[in-house]
Design a protein around this ligand. Sequence first.
Ligand code: E4P
Length: 218
Amino acid sequence: MKFFADTADIEEIRELALLGLLDGVTTNPSLIKKSGRDFKQTIAEICAITKGPVSAEVVATDVEGMLREAAELTPIAPNVTIKVPLTLAGLKACRYLSEQGTMVNVTLCFSPAQALLAAKAGAAFISPFVGRLDDISQDGLTLIADILRIYRNYPQFNKTQILVASIRHPLHITESAKMGADVITAPPSIIKQLVKHPLTDKGIEQFLSDWAATGQKI
Ligand code: E4P
């Protein structure tokens, strides 16, 4: 399973890269707003840290506008992935860009039917939002299971990777891994939470105290 950082914060991205836990990055307009930084400059800096896919989202809602924005973003680096919304215009832009050899991440997916369309449009990634479904009392992880089941039925859909997004806690990651999702994108704070277990902390405490009692040094 690949780990993408869902952030536009350069320091957080750098830290995950140093930990060996960074396979790519996803950004969106809200994350760019949060960073308070210039969009294209931020994407360029992220692409200098990772060779993995870096999603940059278009904000136009019509096909021509999406393609115009994609033409501004793709020259930034070879690993720029164009993120388009799951609308008919987004799917049309996805088809065109994919045929030109640009990786496309189709975002804001909330149903298996939408995921089916993204695969047919040649998307490199489909981004189902598990947390936002949980937020409205629908089971986000069931959507992942449904998409996996559909894609596994059709070998031609193999090229569309399932990128589990809108992750709220470590269980979203481990459950997605159990099902075999290709990628998760999560805030780095949640990725780092995966290391946590109270028995690990307790065990270290006990070993250190026993070691101190031996009076030895390594
Ligand atoms: C995915 O690419 C999105 O950037 C992201 O996962 C959205 O998550 P949120 O629901 O926490 O905003």
